[in-house]
Write a new protein. Structure first.
Length: 340
């Protein structure tokens, strides 16, 4: 299965362990970004995973491309140009201290992309799936144009599409998000979101739901997934996170099926968080992998939730687990016993 993803890869700078930023004069440098994280997971699971972005033609841009190639991701359609790679500083929370992210991505290479530089029919040739997130559309009008062009081209080529709404208040307002993202829903087959995303980006209320607890209100989610499906998507996945503390979370998801209008509920995991960044991307990759390989919606949902659960245990953006490890957890083996 060939899957194409489009987004911004960034340099991630993090202090050691759970230290505060610059508590000690050391920062680890890795790479990550929503769609890049999805691409890496799919490459690890045996897909032909192709990532599209724009990075500067200097050493840091080159290192980002090499990091993707090392993980098995196809980079032949990555454009080179611009002056800087976006950066984000990630500080891991613990107990009652939340994780924090500081973005330094203004005027990044991808934000200044020329939409005409991407030949989407050529990029999508032979692809079975295209994935993008709302983070990418939030990077500026040129990138939003690329997202719209890519989704339209994918629909014309009968390539299945997914969008993770991924609302980021630090990047754009709810009004901006809705004006850009709502019209794109007609080109989306599978929508991925959490409760806040649906309300902020699509303007659909989820009554009786508290985004801090992630508690399931089955009727509310059934109603909201029907509302989303009315905009175009056939399937709507909503991840549910119970934030007990920065260290302890509950994790599950629901999947709304437009026809026949049913709501599927996943297994639930109690998680001890090592790094939550990228967990939603691991979920998205799991859903793409499951559905793209013809698994029934419930089985694909269970695989996706297990993939997201395992990502919480791995430092960095990328989810370095195998299909076998995900399937073992999805089947119910959550003991964590040593595998000998």
């Amino acid at each position: 299965m060939k899957v194409v993803t489009f987004g911004e890869i960034m340099l991630r700078l993090s202090p050691p362990g759970v230290e505060r930023l610059l508590q000690s004069p050391a920062l680890s440098a890795t790479f990550g970004g929503a769609e890049a994280n999805v691409a890496v997971s799919l490459a690890h699971w045996g897909c032909e995973s192709v990532y599209v972005t724009r990075v500067p033609a200097h050493a840091i841009g080159g290192a980002a491309v090499r990091a993707l190639r090392t993980e098995g991701v196809g980079t032949e359609f990555i454009l080179r140009g611009g002056d800087r790679l976006g950066i984000y500083y990630a500080e891991s929370g613990v107990s009652q201290r939340p994780s924090t992210v500081i973005y330094d991505r203004a005027h990044s290479a991808i934000s200044e992309i020329d939409p005409a530089a991407l030949d989407w029919p050529r990029v999508l040739a032979g692809a079975k799936w295209f994935h993008v997130s709302g983070i990418t559309a939030a990077l500026g009008p040129n990138v939003a144009r690329c997202v719209a062009d890519a989704l339209a081209a994918a629909r014309a080529a009968q390539v299945r599409t997914s969008v993770d709404l991924n609302y980021r208040r630090k990047l754009w307002s709810e009004e901006q998000a809705q004006s850009v993202m709502r019209p794109l829903m007609k080109h989306v087959d599978v929508l991925i979101a959490n409760e806040e995303d649906v309300q902020a980006v699509l303007g659909l209320d989820v009554p009786g739901v508290n985004v801090q607890t992630g508690r399931l209100n089955a009727k509310a989610y059934r109603d909201v997934t029907r509302g989303v499906c009315a905009l175009g998507p056939q399937l709507v996945a909503i991840t549910l996170r119970e934030s007990i503390s920065a260290t302890d979370n509950g994790w599950s998801a629901v999947l709304g099926v437009g026809e026949p209008g049913e709501l599927l509920e996943s297994q639930h995991y109690d998680i001890r968080v090592v790094d939550r960044i990228g967990a939603g991307d691991a979920f998205a990759a799991g859903l793409i992998y499951g559905l793209g390989n013809g698994r029934p919606p419930m089985e694909a949902l269970q695989f996706a939730v297990a993939a997201g659960a395992l990502k919480h245990s791995i430092p960095g953006d990328f989810n370095r687990v195998s299909v076998e490890e995900v399937e073992r957890l999805a089947r119910g083996d959550a003991s964590g016993r040593v595998q000998r």
